[in-house]
Design a protein around this ligand. Structure first.
Ligand code: NAD
Length: 490
């Protein structure tokens, strides 16, 4: 069992998953897992130690010796079975996401689908892992390359996508023949165990997939362990940078996906209804806690006033509530600390001279529990203000005015982040200029959350990504494999 009932306290205690078994750790340190909508304690998670990491790495290293020799189509077949199980349990998994993360059931259902699509992509391992060859590179000499797994690899994930982000990592890693250690976010650790349970049910041999719960000690444990060959990290900018630098210094492969500040440019010719609907969902869905969330609108030209007024009116209609409520859009932020941080930024925005045109603090009184903040909008924000520069990860939107597209693009490119940006327009010329000049690595045209599907790379730029091979797509396959060249004389 992944979660056991602790009779003394009636709080469920989460276990680590190592070598196909649910095991306790030697740690005496546990952290509470809270329902963000109610503040209720739903579980406790062990803050595992470096020794727990070492134990899991030893098991995964042993399992690698046989897993790497399992024929690739057989590995893919296990993932086909896993895909089937995930699909059968789609609703149950979505409810777990809502429970521990707080996002709406609709968002959670979509997230689970995004995770399943990663498994779908990984089932293509026999084609994806193919090498290449060329005959007659010299007289009677041919060259070919094969792809091999790299060994024990680790994944470290954030709280905001408990299903999708781990699924960016382990399905492809194991399809390529690696063995895996996952450290889920300590704030959303429950779903990961269910994913491992279903993977075992799908027929994965023991020791191929392992979970070590905890916080920075586990992260440092995998960074420091010589037998961990690659680390896939997703989280905030400072931690991503730290993991990238320290793991790379130890000779590991690293892909570290980091924070974001995503601008949405609204051109005067934009379809207003589409733009408003997309921006509302992108800004306030999941309480702004998406790395692809819109956090700044750049309103272009003299229609800005009209657009902003219509947007503000639409924001008044946003339904706030528990993620399990019908038709809810704006759900709680993950913890009280995150709410306090968001409130601090509202104060900063006011102090810096931005105009608070919608104050989401007024909706807080309607909730006696949970970490709720209503839609909050600042107008007349300048790019140098902290609310425009920093990732707030909350339902707070900055509106920046620009005279034309050139100026709007300058504002977008001023950001140290480069995850995503969207342009709302019907003009092909504007789209081309946006595509050529905007620096974020994932662009949307009239699309509020332009997240690529699993067969494309999730390709943030600048401080939104540290590394070179992105997660998913062919980059993902290259990250989890190494090539061997053979040159033969006949
Ligand atoms: P976080 O950085 O706090 O935590 C991420 C992981 O790092 C967790 O597993 C956590 O336990 C671990 N961690 C935290 N502090 C650490 C430390 N000091 N040393 C070692 N490990 C540490 O991030 P979060 O709050 O869980 O997630 C939100 C962040 O993730 C946002 O910044 C968001 O933009 C980012 N994110 C980025 C992408 C992307 O694709 N670029 C996707 C999802 C989330």
């Amino acid at each position: 069992m992944s979660i056991v009932q602790n009779n003394e306290t009636t709080v469920t205690t989460i276990k680590n998953f190592v070598g196909g078994k649910w095991i306790d750790t030697a740690t005496s340190q546990y952290e509470k897992v809270l329902d963000p909508a109610t503040g209720a304690i739903i579980a406790e998670v062990p803050i595992s130690t470096k020794e727990d990491v070492a134990q899991a790495v030893a098991v995964a290293k042993e399992a690698f010796q046989s897993w790497k020799k399992v024929p690739v189509p057989k590995r893919a077949r296990i993932l086909f079975a896993y895909h089937q199980l995930l699909t059968e349990h789609h609703e149950e998994l979505a409810k777990l996401v809502t429970k521990e993360n707080g996002k709406s059931y609709k968002e959670a259902y979509g997230e689970v689908l995004r995770g399943i699509e990663c498994v779908e992509f990984a089932t293509g391992a026999p084609s994806l892992m193919m090498g290449d060859n060329l005959s007659t590179i010299a007289t009677d000499i041919d060259s070919q390359f094969f792809r091999y797994p790299i060994g024990v690899v680790a994944g470290i994930s954030p709280f905001n996508f408990p299903m999708m982000v781990p699924c960016w990592m382990f399905p492809l890693a194991i399809a390529c023949g690696n063995t895996f250690i996952l450290k889920p976010s300590e704030r959303t650790p429950i779903l990961a165990n269910r994913l491992a349970e279903l993977l075992q049910q799908a027929g994965l041999p023991d020791g191929v997939m392992n979970i070590v719960h905890g916080a920075h000690d586990v992260v440092n444990g995998v960074i420091d362990h010589a037998d961990v060959k690659a680390i896939s990290f997703v989280g905030s900018e400072p931690v991503a940078q730290y993991v990238y630098k320290s793991a790379a210094a130890k000779g590991k492969r690293v892909q570290a996906l980091a924070g974001a500040k995503n601008h949405h440019i609204v051109m005067p010719d934009a379809n207003r209804e589409t733009a408003i609907q997309q921006i509302i969902n992108s800004t306030f869905g999941s309480a702004g806690q998406r790395c692809m969330a819109c956090s700044a609108v750049v309103a272009v030209g003299d229609v800005a006033d009209d657009f902003i007024e219509a947007f503000k009116q639409a924001s008044d209609q946003v339904k706030i509530g528990n993620g399990m409520d019908e038709d809810v859009t704006l759900t709680p932020v993950i913890r009280q600390d995150n709410l306090k941080r968001a409130l601090g930024y509202i104060e900063k925005g006011i102090a810096e001279g931005a105009t608070l045109i919608r104050d989401g603090r007024k909706e807080m009184d309607s909730f006696s529990e949970g970490n709720f903040l209503g839609p909050t909008i600042f107008d007349h924000v300048s790019p140098d203000m902290s609310i425009a520069r920093d990732e707030l990860f909350a339902p707070i939107l900055s509106i920046i005015r620009a005279a034309n597209l050139d100026e709007a693009l300058e504002i977008v490119n001023q950001s140290r982040f480069g995850n995503s940006a969207t342009l709302y327009t019907d003009s092909a010329k504007a789209v081309r200029q946006f595509r050529e000049e905007a620096e974020p690595g994932m662009l949307g045209v009239n699309v509020g959350v332009p997240a690529p599907m699993a067969f494309f790379p999730f390709s943030g730029w600048k401080n939104s990504f540290f590394g070179d091979l992105h997660v998913n797509g062919k980059d993902g396959v290259a990250f989890f494999t190494r090539k061997k060249m053979i040159t033969s004389r006949f």
